[in-house]
Unconditional design. Structure first.
Length: 317
């Protein structure tokens, strides 16, 4: 946490809306995040405080709040409790979740079957955002949160943008290891197609525990990403899941499926043989009852043999 920013947070900002702030546990370009507790009900929350050092910071905070509020109808998106801003600060109170997906993955390996259930809900959240014209632009396991029942929701829309289909962006934003090649190359890009690419990388991480890149340095990995050189652990996937990941991480953004096409892919139906994109369904409902993420051995023997992977140390570059 930036100690200068900590000193600038006023007493009124730290105790508003009946909440009392605790320790800070995260900080980034968009602000500092604190644990908080409601003074009367003792309900826990997290509070994100942004210091408006310049007008662009205020504008980004407004976009994050507006885009998150637009999606509050969705059960696949993190919930906002309250928000406000004054001349110096923007403050957003959010529901407290048990953990984020990256932290969970550090200790719990996924089977492909479990990854499919979690990934389906993440994709639903992103689909609903895209249907409202919102591209997230920083999709990664750290921005997916799990509630007490293990159900994932998409959060942190601090890098998001809203616009019409066909819009193009030129801001290099997001987390490098999940960025589409065209973003790192500094080209104008389709933010919706870039979200699809990021989710494809996330799916590889969920199943294999590391990114699909090879390289001895960050600079080398960056060049591989820019040129579309992916090194996937193909043996960890069945054919439908591998087909889906390759489609989502296609080098050309125009060749990537839309989120509706992703969710209509046969992999989500549990198929193990055919590999093809199917016509998006009119209503994309969950094709299976959701279960809390687990690493217990309750899968069919066929998937036990070909889908189980271990994590050990989370992959790094």
């Amino acid at each position: 946490m930036d100690p200068i920013l900590e000193r600038r947070v006023s007493v009124s900002a730290r105790e508003s809306h009946g909440f009392e702030l605790g320790r800070a546990f995260s900080s980034g370009r968009q602000g500092v995040v604190y644990h908080a507790e409601h003074i009367k009900s003792r309900r826990e929350a997290v509070v994100k405080i942004c210091y408006f050092s310049k007008d662009s910071k205020r504008a980004k905070f407004k976009v994050e709040v507006q885009n998150t509020l637009v999606l509050q109808h969705s059960r696949y998106v993190a919930k906002v409790i309250h928000h406000y801003e004054d001349e110096k600060y923007g403050v957003m109170y959010l529901k407290k979740y048990e953990t984020d997906l990256l932290e969970y993955l550090m200790d719990h390996p996924f089977t492909v079957r479990t990854a499919r259930k979690v990934f389906f809900r993440v994709c639903k959240g992103v689909l609903e955002a895209h249907q409202m014209g919102i591209a997230h632009r920083d999709l990664k396991p750290e921005n997916v949160f799990l509630d007490s029942k293990g159900r994932p929701v998409v959060g942190d829309f601090g890098s998001s943008v809203r616009g019409e289909k066909g819009m193009r962006c030129d801001e290099c934003i997001g987390t490098e290891l999940y960025c589409a090649p065209e973003v790192l190359r500094g080209e104008r890009y389709d933010p919706f197609a870039c979200d699809v690419f990021s989710l494809g990388i996330m799916l590889h991480v969920l199943v294999c525990g590391h990114w699909p890149y090879a390289g001895s340095s960050k600079a080398e990995v960056r060049e591989h990403i820019k040129s579309g050189k992916l090194k996937m652990m193909e043996s960890a996937f069945n054919r439908p899941s591998l087909h889906l990941i390759k489609a989502m991480t296609a080098y050309r953004s125009s060749e990537r499926p839309t989120m509706a096409e992703v969710l209509a892919h046969e992999w989500f139906m549990g198929g193990l043989t055919d590999c093809h994109m199917v016509t998006p369904q009119a209503s994309l409902e969950e094709p299976f009852p959701y279960e809390c993420p687990t690493h217990s051995s309750d899968d069919d023997s066929e998937e036990q043999n070909q889908d189980r992977t271990g994590y050990g140390r989370f992959g790094s570059v």
